[in-house]
Design a binder for this molecule. Structure first.
Ligand SMILES: Nc1ncnc2c1ncn2[C@@H]1O[C@H](COP(=O)(O)OP(=O)(O)OP(=O)(O)O)[C@@H](O)[C@H]1O
Length: 554
């Protein structure tokens, strides 16, 4: 990731990494990553951890560099201790396999110049149990795992000794707790020498009440870092919403994508599995390619999809966010909570998606917290980004049965909460003004395409996709290490079962385009969509550069 920088707001440019007295091997790796200055959370965490040996509870914005904030002190301490015999010194707990791989890869980058002095093991990779056991016997200095995986291995294999552990990290701690890993964490306490020469890091962009109980169990007078508020004047994330109805969401997305109204890569969120397939099939009618990311896909495919998306192979990723988190005070249905445990929720939470221009909430999340994590997938790594959310008006909800999503009934309520939280963080959500009349030209084509996607076609597509991905996943498994080049041919954005031959829908006839765009297709992105007569209906001129929603001009 050389040349990449986090959003300037977070960077602590009064300090350089040299000032932490880090081992030259680590400094060189940080250099290679392209980091010039530490972020605020990194400065604080590195100092507190290395100089004061403090336990740390950190709440810092998405994309503010929390991973390095705990990885750098860990790697530094291991190098400084220079133990003659290796031993398992650190455990990093993360909520998903995706994050396990991400943190594992990151640690490998940080330790690239450390030779065999630091071995990192990902307990959630695909290696067979035999292989994993032999890797455990090699006593890796750092182990990355989900809590459930770690506990399974601990219970099965007495060779995994964590009594000499020096560092324990729980990343995305509120998510780990919200979704039933408490039992695993409690079991884990039996295998640790808690509060005895062990430093603990609890990290997240959002924290909940349950973190307090964890604090009592695991931490010893922790330093609590809250680095949420950044410079209010200099925001790289612009946020819009559109109030609409269930059915018109499909019209909006069709027009936005077909007319290329958003420049750059889009990460689109839907709230349930079938909707992801419905949307993909619907867009397929117009020749719009997309790639799905959901918990049902084999993990290898998921990892590969994220990797390829980060390499800009796909422009549109439809992620299913089944987390359905609730804000504090909102009673969460017990059944729902159980369901969340069963599925592997949050395939996108915490994932370091690169260069996402727009997070598009096709379905609004159910909580302001989930919103923070979703929109935090953009405006990372020094880039600007936008979030656009479709919000279903309560009075419109349920009028179009097939297009309706149960959670959307509360969209307006959730939006109010989101606005409140974002205001606290110094952000503002603006209504995206446009002239709905101009969309109407596209309505019959949208309806045509919508009708072609039936329940049966969704079911078939889902089955086909999983079969396809299982095959891909097997190939990925075998080839992941040996032939990375081969992977390029394994695309995940292929069309799903043909719903109908809809070639006529793929092309937009000239007469349907707003005047400014006719005859010159290149002009499409600059067509007026806003009603210029409406107050506030235009995007301000000087916003054009940072605003990925293109301005329309006659
Ligand atoms: N000091 C730095 N300078 C430049 N870039 C950095 C720095 N620290 C981290 N980054 C980069 O910023 C991006 C975001 O970092 P990271 O994934 O750790 O964020 P996070 O705080 O964990 O976010 P989330 O809460 O969403 O998981 C990564 O691509 C990372 O490599």
């Amino acid at each position: 990731m050389s040349g990449v920088a986090v959003t300037q707001d977070y960077v602590d440019d009064s300090i350089t990494f040299d000032s932490f007295n880090l081992d030259p091997r680590l400094l060189q790796a940080i250099n290679k990553l392209g980091y010039e200055n530490p972020t605020l959370i990194q400065t604080q965490a590195i100092k507190l951890s290395l100089e004061e040996k403090k336990d740390i509870i950190a709440k810092a914005s998405t994309g503010s560099g929390k991973t390095a904030a705990y990885c750098i002190p860990i790697v530094q301490s291991i190098l400084a201790a220079n133990l003659s015999e290796s031993q398992i010194q650190s455990v990093v707990l993360v909520p998903t396999k995706e994050l396990a791989k991400q943190v594992y890869d990151y640690l490998n980058q940080l330790t690239i110049y450390c030779g065999k002095n630091i071995k990192v093991l990902n307990l959630n990779d695909n290696a067979s149990e035999q292989v994993q056991l032999s890797l455990i016997d090699e006593l890796p200095e750092i182990v990355v795992a989900t809590p459930s995986r770690l506990v399974t291995i601990l219970e099965k294999n007495k060779r995994l000794d964590l009594t000499k552990l020096k560092y324990l990290v729980v990343d995305e701690v509120d998510l780990i707790l919200s979704y039933g890993h408490e039992d695993d964490l409690n079991t884990l306490t039996n295998y640790l020498n808690l509060k005895q020469n062990m430093q603990v890091f609890l990290m997240s962009a959002t924290l909940n009440d349950e973190v307090n109980s964890l604090k009592e169990t695991f931490c010893n007078k922790p330093a609590i870092l809250k680095l949420q508020d950044v410079d209010k004047e200099n925001k790289n994330l612009v946020q819009y919403y559109i109030k609409t109805n269930d059915f018109d969401k499909f019209l909006l997305i069709y027009v936005i994508l077909k007319l290329n109204l958003i420049k750059g890569k889009i990460l689109l969120f839907v709230n349930d599995l079938d909707r992801g397939y419905r949307l993909k099939l619907f867009l397929q009618n117009f020749g719009i390619k997309s790639c799905l990311l959901n918990s049902e896909l084999p993990v290898n495919s998921r990892l590969h999809i994220v990797e390829e998306f980060n390499k800009n192979v796909y422009n549109l990723l439809i992620a299913t966010d089944e987390s359905n988190e609730y804000d504090e005070g909102e009673e969460q249905d017990k059944k729902q909570k159980k369901n969340n445990n069963a599925t592997e929720y949050g395939v996108s939470r915490g994932v370091d998606f690169k260069n996402v221009a727009c997070v598009l909430n096709f379905d609004l999340p159910t909580s302001s917290k989930a919103y923070i994590h979703r929109v935090g997938r953009t405006a990372r790594g020094g880039k600007s980004g936008m979030a656009l959310s479709f919000v279903v008006l309560q009075k419109e909800w349920g009028k179009h049965k097939i297009a309706t999503l149960p959670s959307a009934k509360k969209d307006e309520k959730v939006l109010t909460k989101i606005e409140k939280t974002q205001t606290k963080l110094g952000y503002e959500l603006k209504p995206y003004q446009f002239d709905i009349q101009q969309l109407e030209n596209f309505r019959y084509r949208m309806e045509d395409a919508f009708r072609s996607v039936t329940k049966t076609s969704i079911r078939e597509a889902r089955l086909k996709e999983i079969k396809m991905e299982l095959v891909t996943s097997e190939r990925l498994k075998r080839h992941f290490e040996e032939n990375p080049q081969d992977l390029a041919t394994l695309r995940h954005d292929k069309d799903l079962s043909k719903v109908r031959t809809d070639n006529h829908l793929k092309r937009i006839p000239d007469y349907l385009l707003p005047k400014g765009a006719r005859k010159d297709p290149k002009k499409i992105g600059f067509v007026p969509f806003n009603n210029p007569h409406k107050k506030g209906g235009r995007v301000r001129k000087n916003k054009r550069k940072v605003d990925p929603l293109k301005k329309f001009k006659k």
